[in-house]
Design a protein around this ligand. Structure first.
Ligand code: A2P
Length: 257
């Protein structure tokens, strides 16, 4: 299989003037683990113009879904944001990435911490039965500037908990904690802020963070990752990766430019 394959856009959803997601067809031979990313973009002249995107759809669906920011003046996203049903996009056939369950040591609780489009890899992981087999609680925190940036909030609040296959597990194990930083909402403040409040853990019904009980995946901007890394390494968490499972895993949310 060549490195890039053309797929057809099946649908596009614009969440805000800064965020959109889209679905494409999928080669039957395109295999990935939930939490991974691949290169996605447009065929332009000789060389495809691509950026890394996490799969937001779980690996058993026959389509692929991606969640993207629209970067003003960005070489790819200023064009990609105009795609429509039936258009072609190119998709790299070599998915990779560290945010996979096998890279974590066993524990009770899994924290999935994402800001902005850093939510994407977690949307596949929370629809993976293995996630719920391995962990008693899955705490999905999504940090955004504004309430309208909380993409997938309705799906996570109203649809997934009533899903035929996942509903029961999700109601029992998944805690969705959306938080915004620049306007009033039921949760206000950065993820780093909440994780330093004892009341946060009381509300969720779990003990404070510890390497004994908890595993963490991070996906966001370099600064978000740096701040969270400092916080959790200070609590004794050690980073894992391929071949050496650990207490936490890191992936930067990709398209910034
Ligand atoms: P803030 O509004 O205080 O900058 P962005 O759209 O810039 O990627 O930000 C997405 C969300 O991530 C915002 O709520 C933003 O908060 C938050 N954020 C930005 N930097 C950090 C950080 N270092 N740690 C945690 N959250 C952050």
């Amino acid at each position: 299989m060549s490195n890039f394959v053309e797929e057809t856009v099946l649908s596009v959803h614009h969440w805000t003037d800064r965020l959109f997601s889209f679905r494409t067809s999928r080669q039957p031979g395109f295999r990935f683990r939930n939490g991974q990313f691949t290169m996605v973009g447009l065929n332009e002249g000789k060389k495809p113009l691509v950026r890394a995107y996490s799969m937001a759809s779980p690996n058993y669906e026959d389509y692929l879904e991606f969640f993207s920011i629209k970067v003003p003046g960005g070489p790819l996203t200023s064009k990609l944001q105009h795609i429509k049903d039936g258009d072609q996009v190119v998709i790299g056939q070599k998915p990779t990435g560290t945010l996979v369950l096998d890279n974590l040591l066993p524990a009770k609780n899994l924290y999935l911490l994402g800001t902005g489009t850093g939510l994407a890899p977690f949307l596949s992981l929370i629809r993976d039965l293995e996630t719920y087999e391995r962990f008693e609680r899955v705490i999905l925190m999504h940090g955004c500037r504004f309430v309208t940036d909380l993409a997938y909030a309705d799906y996570l609040t109203n649809v997934l908990p009533n899903d035929e296959i996942f509903g029961e597990l999700v109601r029992e194990k998944l805690v969705y904690f959306p938080t915004v930083t620049r306007e009033a909402f039921r949760h206000v403040g950065r993820i780093t802020h909440h994780l330093q409040q004892p009341s946060f853990f009381d509300d969720v019904g779990v003990p404070p963070l510890s390497p004994e009980n908890d595993r963490i995946m991070l996906c966001g901007s370099p600064q978000m990752i740096q701040d969270l890394r400092t916080l959790i390494e200070g609590l004794g968490f050690e980073e894992g990766n391929h071949g050496e499972p650990g207490h936490f895993l890191v992936e930067k949310a990709f398209v910034q430019r």
